[in-house]
Design a protein around this ligand. Structure first.
Ligand code: FES
Length: 197
């Protein structure tokens, strides 16, 4: 009788020990799980932050590109044009030309076509081909402006005569000129690049 009481007591204590061991381990796992959850949410935050930074960088990059493309494709306001000195009349002989770069960065070829001492003796045309943007130059022996990229040609007034610009009807942009006291001036874009086609 006494032995069976002792056996029961022993089994009961062992059971309590096992149960308390299980509870301890369960709490341990729960704590670890909580820590894992914190770590997960921290790494999720870091991922989202990195993603946001990358997204912001991309948007800023594309925004800058968009602004540059807009400056290239769309004309400046009239208010952005101004008269700029090009050269003295005697500095450009008949048949010669000179490249003029406007404050905006627009490139213009200024060619002298006659002996006259007036602005009509000159012509100022954008040196950017309206087809794909190659450099156009004046050919005095052919009396034309020529683009070597795809053999695009333009007459003395910048009208297309050959190649892709002629097929598409794309002329060179012309800029006004004036002469004052023997000096040649051009009305050119000051702050942004004018339309090149
Ligand atoms: S870029 Fe001038 S003809 Fe094509």
């Amino acid at each position: 009788m006494r032995k069976s009481l002792l056996d029961r007591e022993l089994r009961s204590r062992t059971g309590v020990k096992i149960v308390s061991e299980i509870l301890k381990r369960t709490r341990g796992h729960a704590g670890q799980s909580t820590m894992n959850n914190h770590a997960d949410s921290a790494s999720r935050r870091a991922f989202l932050l990195t993603g946001s930074c990358m997204g912001g960088g991309l948007i800023a990059g594309y925004g800058t590109l968009g602004i540059m493309a807009g400056q290239f494709l769309y004309p400046a306001d009239d208010g952005d044009f101004g008269w700029q000195f090009v050269a003295s009349l005697h500095e450009i002989a008949v048949g010669e030309s000179r490249e003029y770069v406007a404050p905006s960065g627009a490139r213009v070829v200024v060619a002298r076509q006659t002996e006259q001492e007036t602005a009509d003796a000159f012509i100022a045309l954008s040196s950017v081909c309206p087809h794909l943007g190659c450099r156009v130059h004046w050919e005095p022996h052919n009396s034309r402006f020529f683009c070597p990229c795809h053999n695009g040609a333009f007459d003395r007034q910048g009208q297309p005569t050959e190649g892709p610009p002629a097929a598409a009807g794309q002329q060179l942009v012309r800029f006004p000129l004036k002469v004052e006291d023997g000096l040649l001036f051009i009305e050119a874009p000051l702050s942004s690049i004018a339309r090149e086609s």
